[in-house]
Write a protein that binds this ligand. Structure first.
Ligand code: ZN
Length: 71
């Protein structure tokens, strides 16, 4: 009952293997919805909004225009 499919990785190894990173954000160019990654991990992230794939934002802090945001 020994599984070598999931070796004991260190947290450093896990972080290095991540394909989804904290701080990355995706934005809908149609309605302005912003999705931000708050926990990294290994996987595929392809967020869709308004029927189209959301745009990857490398630096979410630089975004200032948020259409339709209430006061
Ligand atoms: Zn949208």
């Amino acid at each position: 009952m020994v599984s070598d499919e999931y070796p004991e990785w260190t947290s450093e190894e896990w972080t290095a293997a991540w394909t989804i990173h904290v701080g990355k954000a995706y934005r809908c160019q149609k309605c302005g919805t912003l999705v931000m990654v708050t926990k990294g991990g290994v996987g595929r992230l392809e967020p869709v909004c308004c029927g189209q794939p959301m745009q990857l934002i490398e630096k979410p802090d630089t975004i200032s225009d948020t259409p339709g945001e209430p006061e």
